[in-house]
Design a protein around this ligand. Sequence first.
Ligand code: AMP
Length: 433
Amino acid sequence: MANYTVARGTRDILGLEKKKESVVCEIIQAIASTYGYNMIETPIFESTDLFCRSVGESSDIVNKEMYTFLDKGERSITLRPEGTAGAIRLFVNNKLYNNPDLPVKMMYLGPVFRYERPQSGRYRQFKQFGFECVGLKNPYVDVELILMVKNILESLGFENLIIKLNTLGDSASRTNYVNALKDYFKPYLEGENALCPDCKRRYEQNPLRILDCKYDAEHEAIKNAPKINDYLNQESKDYFLEVLSLLKKMNVSYEVDTSLVRGLDYYNDVVFEIYQEGKNFGALGAGGRYDGLVKDIGGPLLPATGFAFGIERLVLAMEQDNLFDDLHEFDLDVLVMPLSTKCNETALKTTEFLRKNGFICEMDFMNKSLKSQFKTVERKNAPIALIIGEDEIANNTFIVKDTKKMEQVTVKEEELLDTIGDILGGMMYENND
Ligand code: AMP
């Protein structure tokens, strides 16, 4: 017999873990909505050219990590390795640049695919919750995005966050810097002290990428490389300083990290990553400004900034911090327990009636013994058991049992909703007390 398992670097997500992801995504979406972000959805695969043009020919993603194939029409297709390129293509194709109220704020959630070496918090298929804010270059816009990301993480319960920021400067500053890096790295292309073969390719395509080489991270040439700060023009410096000063005014602590260059080619000016102290799986999320991308993808020259969380990493970090302790795989309000097959019809009607009144309930379809139905109550975490036996049907009553206090009452049909509501209300009061 064939033994089918998931492909390397991918995972099945089910039960409580799926619930954790849903809760996290709901909170993210709810908070981002308060900042004016609206959900969009783009296809999971796009033309390969889109990613080569945007993420960049020199990036590791395009060079080594994309899932690319020819479809039956001989088109080169790629499973998206990130969300920004598709979101900006959507923005351009749908002429959202005609919107008189800039910036346009879009958010999305979905799987992305990278052929990376799998490890804790690093998968080949993972989910990103991303945000793109298109249309303005203004320090207030950068700061609002950082405030939103911080607000989301704090609402999820995170503490000890580290916001790392850097500026890559505008395109003139970047050209200056790239030229300086070319001169500086030239002696390290050959010989004993040479950088890795990937870095040689990066040297030709985009020397900035050498700075975030994972293989050569400890190489003296990389450690001592010139810093972008020394090559920024006044405008880029002022922009960055204004962002920093606004962050201070909003009481946001941050670290300026001059080695932060981000692995994608489209970034400029302010870039940032968020970490949590003590976690060993890299950034919880990352983003930055990309003022040239809308034009590169065929739209007008419109600046933009964006950010993406990795959902699996958020869940992992929250698990490690015990932030899901109150979450259960099953969260019933009521388990409806018919004691014999003759009681099933009343049970079905009552369960449906309770659901229409907003209670989460299930009916036990198996007519198990009372004892084993109470085992189900425990497993499904139901605070109330609604027992329906033949006597109860004859008398038009129900037995409502508070399974935490182990107390039960017999009630008439018209008292049922109030009785259940009172028990649940009392529990909520006790939990919040
Ligand atoms: P990036 O698009 O590379 O800037 O990544 C944004 C966020 O996605 C990171 O901060 C991580 O939280 C997450 N992420 C990136 N790569 C992976 C991966 N291979 N597995 C899981 N999460 C990832």
